[in-house]
Each structure stands twice: as C-alpha cells, then as structure tokens.
Design a protein around this ligand. Structure first.
Ligand SMILES: Nc1ncnc2c1ncn2[C@@H]1O[C@H](COP(=O)(O)OP(=O)(O)OP(=O)(O)O)[C@@H](O)[C@H]1O
Length: 256
C-alpha cells in the first residue's frame, strides 16, 4: 500500500556553531487516506518534522519515502515539481500574493504545473477552481483582493489552492491557529471532508479539538515520537466529546 514512510529521520540545526538536535531517528508512516495530527510541547520539533518530511527543509540524515519516491534522492528541481504536483500546503500565516485576486491565487499552482508538464488545459483548471471554491463556499469572493476577505475565507482559499493540483497529501501547520472559533470549526469541517474523499492529511496543531478530529495523533518530545493514539476515522455522527476525552486523557498522561 502506498504511504509516506519516514525512516531514521534526523534534523540538526547549527546556530552560532552550536548544534541543536531537533529530531533523532524518527520513524513514522502515514498511509494513503489517513489524517494524522502531530502534537507536543512548544519547540519540540513539530514544524521541523512537517518541513523535513515534505522536503521543504533538508533532513540531516534518514529517508523519506513519499508514496514510492525517495525524497533524499531527488534533485532540487525534481523536488519542487513533486511539491507542486503531489503535495498541498496550508499554513497558519496565509501566504497569498497580495496583487492577485483570490481566484488567481488559487489557480496559480495549476498554471505553474501545466506550464511545466502540459497536464491540464485552461478550461480544466477553471472548472476545478470553480468546483473547489463552490465546495468551500467562497465563490462570491473569487474576484476580491486578498485584503478584501475575512480570515476564514482566506484560509478556505488557501485550502482550495492546496487542492488545485489534486495532491496525494496536505501538510498543514497550525491551519486553524489564526482563526476564531467558528472559522476553525468550518476549516476543520473542510479538511475532514477532503480527507474523507481520499486525500491524506498531516497536520501540526496545539488545539485538542482539531487533533480529536484526526484518525491518529502522534506526540513528539525529546527529539522523537514518544507515543501515538488511534482515535479512528472521524465521522460526523461521532460523539465528539468522547473523542476529545480520550485524547485529553492521553495527553495528560504524556505530560502535555
Ligand atoms: N530555521 C531554524 N534554524 C535554527 N533553529 C531552528 C529553525 N527552525 C526551528 N529551529 C529550532 O528547532 C526547534 C524546534 O522548532 P519547531 O518550530 O519545529 O518546534 P514546534 O514544536 O513546531 O514549536 P511550536 O509549537 O512552538 O511552534 C526549536 O528549538 C527551534 O528553535
């Protein structure tokens, strides 16, 4: 079965000649279609893990098998192609180009990918963007500038953008971190829907409510994954309180 498989991943930062070992021999697997959260104390390396497994940052040692492709063997241009075509990214700070409309920001990665590989026609891209904007409820702000939408709309636009090239996996770093309660709920609904349709998701969060909607939660501390808990695939009919309680009890045990 296809998966994202990380073996003995290490990441060391060197700042002012001082070595900071953030990740040491980390092993993990995210199966196709899984939704996995990464939790842990501040500074434990959650973002570093997300960046190194997605090839945004270079690992110091170890292997990342991305659905059958070994990332450490890829040249820089092959890596950026793979990122563009097979990975989607959603961040807490929403990186959108300020001089482009919401719609243009969403279609930009598709134009970049089709320019390089002639995969999708203009028409197909437009259809896909419209379908995604419709699904995430932002078609009425398609022509607005990035500065003319709410934080929740902007994050939903970022999700549309992350999906435009139909990635295998979405890497999300605190996707609800800058949102109010209602917008967080809406964004998580979209992410769980996207996952239910088959896209894998790996997300970093401090928010227990967010993590409790994931299938599995990893706890990172002291340079490694200390433990994990399986909550099972989230269903809308699930007793959310029961999932949260289960996760909360485990997090307390972890010393969170
Ligand atoms: N680019 C970098 N250069 C040097 N050190 C870094 C860099 N990025 C992160 N670090 C260090 O690596 C460690 C882990 O940082 P990281 O951001 O991955 O933690 P985190 O668990 O995501 O934290 P938080 O929950 O506070 O966002 C920290 O000690 C941090 O100072």
């Amino acid at each position: 079965m296809e998966s994202l498989k990380v073996s003995n991943l290490c990441k060391t930062y060197i700042v002012n000649k001082r070595q900071n070992n953030v990740l040491r021999n980390v092993n993990l697997e995210i199966k196709s279609g899984e939704m996995v959260a990464v939790m842990g104390p501040s500074g434990s390396g959650k973002t570093t893990l997300l960046y190194t497994v997605s090839g945004m940052d270079e690992a110091s040692a170890g292997k990342v098998d991305f659905f059958g492709k070994e990332l450490t063997n890829l040249k820089a241009n092959e890596m950026s192609d793979l990122r563009l075509q097979e990975m989607g990214f959603v961040f807490q700070q929403m990186y959108m180009l300020k001089n482009l409309s919401i719609y243009d920001n969403i279609i930009l990665p598709a134009y970049q990918a089709s320019h390089d590989h002639k995969t999708s026609s203009r028409h197909e891209i437009k259809e896909r963007a419209n379908m995604l904007m419709q699904k995430l409820g932002i078609n009425d702000v398609a022509d607005n500038a990035v500065t003319e939408v709410s934080g929740g709309q902007l994050q939903r636009a970022c999700i549309c953008r992350s999906l435009i090239n139909q990635p295998k996996i979405i890497f999300a770093d605190e996707p609800t971190g800058a949102l109010n309660k209602q917008n967080s709920i809406d964004v998580m609904r979209e992410l769980t829907n996207i996952n239910a349709e088959g896209t894998s998701i790996m997300l970093v969060t401090h928010d227990m409510k967010v993590a409790s909607q994931c299938e599995r939660v990893l706890y990172i501390e002291d340079e490694d994954i200390r433990d994990e808990i399986t909550l099972g695939k989230y269903q809308v009919t699930d007793d959310m309180r029961a999932r949260e309680r289960k996760l909360n009890d485990w997090l307390i045990k972890m010393g969170w």
